[in-house]
Design a protein around this ligand. Structure first.
Ligand SMILES: [Ca+2]
Ligand SMILES: [Ca+2]
Length: 262
């Protein structure tokens, strides 16, 4: 594998020299990286490091808006539940809605956990006035989607999930993802994932009691484009950026030690 020092290519030749000849730059009039940019670089490194550590195994990429999610998919279908015209519970026995089956851990509340046809049981979980899922997961009580065919993309609209703090945790194919919450419990939120490897079921794990609505469940195939650069180039990018940040920090400290040169 041929690996180039990415930082040099992306930031220009002078950066290469700065990295290699730090003392020459320490007292110079070289531009310092603004603090907010440094923070962004450090944050990027953290993310890169995290990604580099997980790309070896099956990974989920999470999305919090539908358009970005759809842009990362190849072929999907959407279940609106609107063909259901009367409330139908899936709390005690599984319900096949077409491309997937809904089921709950034994002992799930029979007051909730049903396909909610208009009128909605609660405005707090009503997605858009149409039929949707009305869910109540709790500690040890999970909701599971089992798909007829393995998929690599899943997304849906939610209302009221993870309000105030984490109550529900998502997993698919042995990988976990955080479902973004809505602190004020007023707005619709979107959550979706694409996966490196196909999965046939996914679960919303009850961490704490959580009542929420789900609608417009979109599922199918993700684009087979790596979501992140391969680990080798990612590592080089991280090392290159780390070098830049370290050099700039030293330059900054040197300037503080010698205020006259600032
Ligand atoms: Ca609907
Ligand atoms: Ca209803």
């Amino acid at each position: 594998m041929t690996v180039q020092p990415i930082a040099c290519h992306s930031a220009g030749h002078s950066t290469c020299q700065a990295t290699a000849q730090r003392p020459a730059r320490a007292h110079g009039a070289g531009r310092q990286v603004p603090r907010h940019l440094r923070r962004a670089l450090v944050l990027s490194l953290s993310v890169f490091a995290a990604l580099s550590g997980t790309t070896a195994q099956a990974g989920l990429t999470a999305f919090d808006d539908r358009s970005s999610f759809l842009a990362a998919t190849l072929q999907t279908q959407t279940e609106t539940f609107d063909g259901w015209i009367k409330d139908t519970g899936f709390h005690s026995s599984a319900v096949d809605v077409g491309g997937f089956t809904l089921s709950m851990t034994a002992g799930a509340s029979d007051v909730y956990n049903f396909i909610d046809a208009p009128p909605a049981k609660s405005i707090a979980t009503d997605i858009n006035g149409s039929t949707h899922l009305m869910v109540f997961t709790d500690t040890g009580i999970d909701l599971t989607f089992s798909f007829d065919q393995p998929i690599t993309a899943f997304g849906a609209d939610f209302k009221g999930i993870n309000d105030a703090f984490e109550r529900t945790l998502f997993s698919a194919g042995g990988q976990f993802a955080t479902v973004p919450g809505d602190p004020l419990n007023l707005q619709l939120t979107f959550f979706g994932v694409t996966s490196d490897t196909p999965f046939s079921s996914l679960t919303f794990h009850g961490v704490r009691n959580d009542i929420y609505g789900i609608d417009d469940v979109t599922f199918g195939t993700a684009l087979r484009v790596p979501a992140v650069p391969e680990p080798g180039s990612m590592l080089m990018l991280s090392l290159g950026l780390a070098g830049v940040v370290a050099a700039r920090r030293r330059a900054g400290r040197a300037t503080q030690d010698h205020p006259h040169s600032a």
